[in-house]
Design a protein. Structure first.
Length: 276
């Protein structure tokens, strides 16, 4: 794929994938994932998934009747693993390129609040479900962590033993605080999401190391998240350009598609079945 850029009055082509293309991939894979998590999960539960898990014989019989739907569900969830690593990577890129970190944080916080009711409706069937918070809160905490790490880098420059120890200590406190807050608030991906964002930031100036670090951090997560490591094949081809995009589309799409999926569940008569 090629992206056109303007340099010294001439149009040049830069090979690779722009952030706009990466965002579009993340949006599509997230949508596929959420269709599986919100709608297909409810259909499986309605068809007796929980009852079938009582014993092996019941589960085998249930799979004989619902195996195809379950296979579709798993395929959708696997495809969906591509989205979060891309969002983490682009968050780090956005932080490095933004002219106003405070506005970036404010925007993230605003859409975290806007998205919470659609998120809760989509996954729990309730307008308020405090046991699980949407991914914008994870990204917000991750952004706060890397902003803190950046401040430490700026204010504690030097290679003396004292400054190095202080810098490492402060960084550890910042990262640990972000992880604890993610656990306490019960955000999507919890502390694992914070660590993923942190690792991608710490290796931001060494692309190969950043890619391998990202792969390793997702391979260490649960079995389903192992597929997220494949997203770094796409991220490797990122060419550093913005591409054509509407910034607010990607923010608005998240709550909008969750609300739409919940309305589909209402229309299908399965909205009362919690998906989580």
């Amino acid at each position: 794929m090629q992206t056109e850029i303007i340099s010294e009055g001439k149009i040049q082509e830069k090979r690779g994938i722009s952030s706009a293309v990466l965002k579009n991939i993340a949006v599509v894979t997230m949508l596929i994932d959420h269709i599986g998590a919100v709608i297909v999960t409810r259909l499986l539960i309605r068809n007796g998934l929980y009852e079938a898990m009582a014993n092996q014989e019941a589960y085998t019989a249930w799979m004989g009747q619902n195996g195809r739907m379950y296979g579709i569900y798993m395929a959708m969830r696997i495809i969906g693993r591509f989205a979060f690593p891309i969002y983490c990577f682009l968050l780090v890129e956005g932080f490095q390129k933004t002219h106003n970190v405070k506005k970036y944080l404010g925007r993230m916080f605003l859409f975290a609040l806007i998205s919470e009711v659609p998120f809760d409706l989509a996954f729990s069937g309730k307008a308020w479900y405090p046991a699980y918070q949407n991914v914008f809160f994870t990204l917000l905490l991750g952004l706060l962590v890397i902003a803190g790490l950046h401040l430490v880098e700026q204010h504690f420059v030097g290679t003396t033993v004292g400054k190095t120890i202080l810098r490492v200590g402060l960084n550890a406190v910042i990262i640990l605080t972000g992880c604890v807050l993610a656990l306490v608030l019960k955000t999507d991906y919890d502390f694992k999401g914070i660590l993923a964002i942190t690792v991608l930031y710490l290796f931001r100036n060494r692309k190969k190391a950043q890619m391998w670090a990202g792969v390793i951090i997702f391979l260490l997560m649960d079995s389903l998240e192992m597929f997220a490591a494949l997203s770094f094949i796409l991220i490797w081809f990122y060419n550093g350009t913005r591409g054509r995009q509407n910034k607010y589309f990607f923010y608005l799409f998240y709550p909008a598609h969750l609300l739409l999926l919940w309305l589909v569940c209402v229309a299908m008569g399965i909205a009362g079945i919690p998906a989580i």
